[in-house]
Design a protein around this ligand. Structure first.
Ligand SMILES: Nc1ncnc2c1ncn2[C@@H]1O[C@H](COP(=O)(O)OP(=O)(O)O)[C@@H](O)[C@H]1O
Ligand SMILES: [Mg+2]
Length: 356
């Protein structure tokens, strides 16, 4: 199958609801997704993720803008003719058909010969280690197995773009991780352009080449998982991707690539070039693992202390400012109990100054 690029060119979608209220579900979306990439649309419920997928699949008409799949403007192409397949949260399998017929369904609609259909269905069943399930009907399978059939049914169509709308939300935590890894392996094997909607940041980080973080219909940031985690553009992104301490700071010097900031009367040289001026207030993102236990910098009072095995999680108060601290591999390290005093600092190489 030939993976295709996808381009959203100034796409907006406004819904008019019954009482004549306008809902701006998506605003000014401009994104180009190279062929073969795995992209995750990540954001809270209601931020417009499903609407973007539905416009791409042809189930909704954009209010403004154009969508391209490959080099083709898909405006006039009906959903059944678009080069996309969708995997849904609720599997959407035909309950009375066995696995083989569920997967073969779309190929039959395309009027392929029985022998071609057989070859393609068995190729997919084999790739997904599901040959033994061919004769079963959905009610004879677990949720995870049904979701694999629904993925097989999308893949067998050999679409240019594969769409996923929260496909793992109905599975328990352990199975979700297992299926996530499986989806990633299959996507890498097939090399298909994939757009995957989720509100689960761990899922997005694990799967994506590019994460697109949305809020209220607007893209907040797009980048690799490393980029969006280490260099969040806004406080929203910093808090949505993982946990973040946002320290209030002031720029007191700028020299080349080093910015000196003051945080609670301590000075730090941070290796980041910023456009803000000396004297400006800035917010500094420090992840819990970027806080280091160290004397003579910040002094806090421990308000939470939880040993988690691989790491020890603390909360400490500097006055009324709360700091989350994660000490990795705590074995053999001093532990701090609630109400005790803890001295710590920030690792200047792994913090990030927000520019907005
Ligand atoms: N058919 C519709 N009519 C009116 N409003 C809609 C319709 N579909 C979605 N919306 C609204 O558009 C916004 C985005 O919805 P959606 O794309 O489903 O978000 P998400 O998938 O991120 O949870 C929400 O405010 C939702 O209520
Ligand atoms: Mg949705």
């Amino acid at each position: 199958m030939a993976a295709k690029r996808v381009k959203f060119d100034n796409i907006s979608k406004t819904f008019i609801t019954g009482n004549n209220r306008r809902v701006n579900a998506v605003a000014n979306l401009n994104i180009e997704i190279p062929a073969g990439q795995f992209v995750c649309l990540l954001g809270p419920s209601g931020c417009g993720k499903t609407t973007i997928l539905r416009m791409l699949a042809g189930f909704e008409v954009p209010t403004t803008g154009h969508i391209f799949i490959g080099s083709e403007n898909v405006e006039k192409i009906t959903p059944d003719k678009r080069d996309t397949s969708m995997v849904f949260q609720n599997y959407a399998l035909f309950p009375h058909m066995n696995v083989y017929n569920n997967i073969a369904y779309g190929l039959k609609l395309q009027k392929l010969s029985t022998s071609d259909i057989k070859t393609r269905v068995h190729k997919i069943l084999d790739m997904m280690n599901m040959e033994d399930f061919a004769e079963r009907v959905p009610s004879q399978m677990s949720g995870g197995q049904q979701q694999r059939v629904s993925l097989a049914r999308a893949l067998v169509m050999e679409p240019g773009v594969l769409l996923f709308d929260e496909p793992l939300s109905n599975l328990d935590a352990k199975l979700r991780i297992h299926m996530r890894d499986e989806i990633k392996k299959i996507q890498m094997k097939v090399g298909i352009t994939s757009i995957y909607v989720t509100h689960d940041q761990a899922e997005a980080m694990g799967l994506a080449d590019i994460v697109i973080i949305m809020k209220d219909g607007i893209v907040q940031q797009a980048g690799s998982p490393i980029e969006v985690y280490q260099k969040p553009r806004t406080e929203f992104v910093a808090n949505f991707i993982g946990r973040a301490n946002i320290f209030p700071g002031k720029v007191i010097d700028k020299k080349g690539d080093i910015t000196t900031v003051e945080i609670f009367e301590n000075k730090f040289d941070i290796p980041q070039k910023i456009s803000k001026a000396i004297g400006d207030n800035v917010d500094i993102v420090a992840r819990p693992e970027s806080i280091i236990i160290s004397k003579d910098v910040f002094r806090g009072k421990v308000t939470k202390s939880m040993f988690m095995g691989a790491y020890h999680e603390y909360e400490a108060m500097i006055g009324d400012f709360k700091v989350e601290i994660s000490v990795s591999n705590p074995r053999g390290k001093k532990s701090y109990s609630i109400d005790s005093t803890i001295d710590f600092s920030i690792d200047v190489d792994s913090v990030h100054i927000l520019e907005e």
